[in-house]
Every structure is written in C-alpha cells, then in structure tokens.
Design a protein around this ligand. Structure first.
Ligand SMILES: Cc1cc2nc3c(=O)[nH]c(=O)nc-3n(C[C@H](O)[C@H](O)[C@H](O)COP(=O)(O)O)c2cc1C
Ligand SMILES: [Mn+2]
Length: 460
C-alpha cells in the first residue's frame, strides 16, 4: 500500500499522538483556535458543522519534535536522514486511475465554498486553503514544479493566490509574458513527505515530486488530470484543476504567516480559477494552522535545515557539520559543527546565509557539546563563547526574504521585482578550533565528579 494521509493517520494513532474530535466543529470560526492549542498532538475532526461527510486533519505534525515519526528516526537524526534520502531522486509513474478519481466535479458543479476550509487567524482576509500544493510547469521545458501556495476563498470557483518570487512565480511569469493563463493542479491532503518536498527549494527545473518519492522511499503513482495536460498523485485526497489568469490582480490577504504576523505578502495578487475537482469518495480534508510554532512552519523547517546542511557540509572541500536547526519564525538558524580551523565556522555561516533559501538572516554556529534543541544551551554558548567585538559580524545591504517585515520592502507583492533589503548577521559561538588545543581546552564544559559512573537512581 502506498503511503498517504490515511497511513499517516494510522501511524499517528499507533504512536498515541492523535486526538479525534467528534463534537461538531465549525471550520470557519472554531477550528483555528483548536489547532492552535494542540501543539503536541494531531487532531482529526470527524464532525464538521455544515460540511456533512467531511473529515479534516490538522497539526499533523504541529511541532518539529513530532516530525521524526514520519522518518522513523530520532530527532537528532532527522535532518541528516532527509539529506541521505534525497541524495538520489525518486521516481514517479503514470497509472490509469486511482482513489483521487472516485468523484469528479466539473464546471458549474465545482463549489469550493462546500469544502471545510478553515479560517486560520483573526485578521485573515477570510478562509484560506492552507494545505494546497501546486503542480505547475515551465512552459518552455515542460519541467514540473511542486510548491505550497495559500489560496484565499473568493467564490465557488475562484481564489486569490500568493506566488512568492521563486519557481512557481517564474513559471507564471513565463505564461503571463505570452498572455496565457498558467494551467495548475492543486492537491490537498496527502502524506507529510509531499509537504516537505513541496517546501524544498532546490534548482529550478527539478521536479519536487521526485523528492517526495525519495523521502517516501517509494515510487509515486500519478494520474492524468481531467481538464489539463498534467498529472497529479493518485492517492491524494482532493485535487483542484484550473488556471491562474494572466494580467489579473485582485486584493489578497492578509493571512496568518510563518513569522507569526499577518500582513507581509498581502496586496494585489493573482487569481486562480477552478475548472474541476477530483477527490476520494470519503475525502479527508487538510487544514494547516500557520504561524511560527505550529504545523505550517514544520514543513519549512525540516527541508530548509536539510538543504542548508547539504550545502554547508561541502564548504571548503568538506566540514564537520553535524546538524542544522531552524529557529521559530525561520529567519534564524543554528549550525552545530566541530570547527577545526580558524575562520572555518565563519565560512560555514556565510554559506548558510546564502543558500537556496531566502529566509535566514541570523546564523549561529555552536559546537557539538551544545544541545541545539535546547534554546537555553544555545544562548549559553552565545554568552560564554562569543567575543562580541570579534564574533558577531553583520552584513549590510543583503537581499532579505520579502516577507520579513523588519527590513525595507522594495516593490510590491504580485509584481516583478518584489523583494526586501536589509542586514544579515553571523554569530560564531564556537570555541577555538581543533588546531589550537591550548585555547580550546579552556572551553571544556565542566562535568561533575563521578560523571557517568555514579547514578542518582542507585541512591534513591
Ligand atoms: C505552510 C507553507 C505555506 C506556504 N505558502 C506559500 C504561499 O502562499 N506562496 C508562496 O509562494 N510560497 C509559499 N510557501 C513557500 C513555498 O512553498 C516554498 O518556498 C517552496 O520551496 C517554493 O517552491 P519553489 O522554489 O519550487 O517555487 C509556503 C510554504 C509552507 C511550508
Ligand atoms: Mn522548485
């Protein structure tokens, strides 16, 4: 059996981290607060007021601490395991049909207002489809791209869409410059590896569905769309087929975003017109609660950490970087490494701040004797291993993520050229390198007398 949202629900249930909510819940007014409160456990809603027959999964996982369940490893191992699995591309294969074709609605039968789409935050511009993964194509090469995009419900067959300037936007620009709409399929509801794959930023032209396959460690089965020359995963729960119209912009947003703010990205954004829906007969909907420390950011943090780890492991012909952690709000990262030479940590931090990802502007390097999952330990390293005059380096005038409100915005969302400019900072909180054993020795962490031999439990 292929891995899908159902096998994932079984896995969550088996691990004892799933709560099923059978009391009626209104997705528009109640679900956001319920998801927000459930940080450690996934929620399966099976009674959605006003949406008979629907179920919905959320906060699955709601925190990076739960994500290792999907990889079958420890938290320490998850990011390196992501890198290992995606060393080689996986494969996709066209099959004649699949569960996502159990119901087919076309034209005027399409009505997304009947889907249990939740309103995520108080100041959001209304309900948004938050778990839609867009399959688009480069019109010149036919290469496929998979990316997340928020969809603001605007009518039965119409949504707004935020296309941040990356691959999905590039494909749209190529279509728009020819005066054509961009055909796209959005899938909603699948195994979390599809979400990790969609949030992986890599080279333009690489099909992230092959990354999903590599992460899943199985071939991904695809079926042909009904109204488009495009394929979608056969085991998805819901697929929206349609087009992003050329030269149409409408007010879109605000929306609860990854930094824990609403406003960035809102403005005159493109419009998605939906021409068909295909879905399972008993489809399970997916709503992602968005914010700095809820489900949305889990999908950012894991692939971002993995792509940066992959890159910085190769700095200068090879480093001893062990792990990478994305901090809340994802503009900061912590690199855990063994520094061997003077300046090596800085070279690593420079690479970490200029990777495939636009988000990181704060990069901190610590040693292997620092527990990066414990923010207190990271702050201890910053305060005891940093000489501020030497080890904190700011780089002014860098291109910053366009949704980082702390930096100056240039241009506008939905138009070419949108970006921000601001500073980046490197904090080298590593101890002196291996090549200077005498200085390094001064930074050996203390250990209690009897450590490792005398155990408290034997004395209680
Ligand atoms: C939960 C979540 C929501 C996202 N929402 C959007 C969005 O609304 N618009 C957008 O352009 N990118 C969004 N992204 C980011 C992109 O999906 C992500 O950066 C991806 O790597 C882009 O793919 P691409 O580089 O192939 O274009 C979101 C990511 C996550 C994890
Ligand atoms: Mn891409």
């Amino acid at each position: 059996m292929k891995k899908d949202i159902r096998t994932w629900i079984d896995q969550l249930r088996g691990a004892g981290v799933l709560d099923t909510i059978s009391k009626p819940v209104d997705p528009r007014t109640q679900m956001g607060a319920l998801l927000w409160q459930s940080r450690e456990r996934a929620l399966l809603f099976d009674n959605l007021a006003g949406y008979p027959g629907w179920r919905c999964l959320g906060q699955a996982p709601g925190d990076v601490r739960l994500a290792p369940l999907a990889f079958g490893c420890d938290r320490n191992e998850m990011v390196p395991e992501f890198v290992r699995r995606t060393q080689e591309s996986g494969t996709t294969r066209l099959v004649p049909s699949g569960p996502v074709k159990e119901r087919i609605l076309k034209g005027d039968e399409v009505d997304i207002t009947k889907l249990p789409i939740h309103q995520c935050g108080i100041r959001d511009g209304g309900p948004f489809i938050s778990a839609g993964l867009m399959i688009s194509k480069d019109p010149d090469t036919g290469n496929r791209n998979l990316s997340f995009h928020r969809l603001q419900m605007k009518g039965p067959r119409k949504t707004g869409i935020l296309l941040y300037p990356r691959h999905g936007w590039t494909n749209y620009q190529k279509h728009e410059s020819k005066g054509e709409s961009m055909p796209v399929a959005f899938m909603i509801g699948h195994h979390p590896m599809y979400y990790f794959a969609a949030a992986t930023t890599t080279d333009y032209g690489r099909d992230e569905l092959t990354i999903a396959s590599a992460l899943l460690e199985e071939e991904v089965e695809m079926v042909k769309c009904e109204t488009l020359d495009m394929e979608v995963p056969a085991q998805a729960e819901v697929v929206l087929e349609g087009e992003i119209l050329p030269h149409v912009r409408e007010e879109e947003g605000p929306f609860s975003e990854f930094q824990d703010y609403y406003l960035a990205g809102a403005g005159q954004n493109p419009v998605f017109q939906i021409n068909a829906i295909t879905m399972r007969g008993d489809a399970i909907f997916k709503n992602i609660q968005n914010g700095a420390e809820v489900e949305g950011c889990v999908y950012h943090k894991v692939p971002m950490s993995a792509q940066i780890l992959r890159r910085i492991r190769n700095v200068g012909g090879g480093t001893q970087v062990k792990n990478v952690l994305a901090l809340p709000g994802i503009f900061g990262i912590v690199v855990q490494m063994n520094s061997r030479y003077y300046g090596e940590a800085r070279n690593v931090l420079m690479a970490a701040l200029s990777s495939e990802y636009q988000h990181p502007k704060v990069a901190i390097a610590v040693d292997e004797d620092v527990d990066i999952f414990n923010y207190a330990d990271v702050l201890w390293a910053i305060s005891t291993r940093v000489n501020p005059a030497e080890d904190i380096i700011t780089i002014p005038g860098a291109k910053i993520h366009a949704m980082d409100p702390s930096c100056q915005e240039v241009g506008k969302p939905g138009a070419p050229g949108w970006h921000r400019v601001g500073g980046k900072v490197m904090i080298d909180a590593t101890k002196p390198p291996e090549c200077d054993p005498a200085r390094r020795f001064e930074f050996e962490r203390l250990q209690p007398m009897g450590a490792g031999k005398v155990r408290l439990e034997d004395f209680l």
